[in-house]
Design a protein. Sequence first.
Length: 72
Amino acid sequence: MTDKGLVVEDTFDGEAVSYIHLADGADINRVTIEGALMVDVKPWEYSTTYNQFHQGKVMEIHFKGQLRYTIQ
């Protein structure tokens, strides 16, 4: 954690995919990504209570070597 938000740094020897699962209402514009080769945003369904589902988004971040992202 920093004063700017949650910072995640990922390192992998080769190509990899990192996922950010965002709850309904979360703003993908509050995520800053450094080192991505490609970012796909897809729908995601999650449950917080038995048999009650919500719609969210998952960010699929493709990278090679190093990735850093900040969620504000």
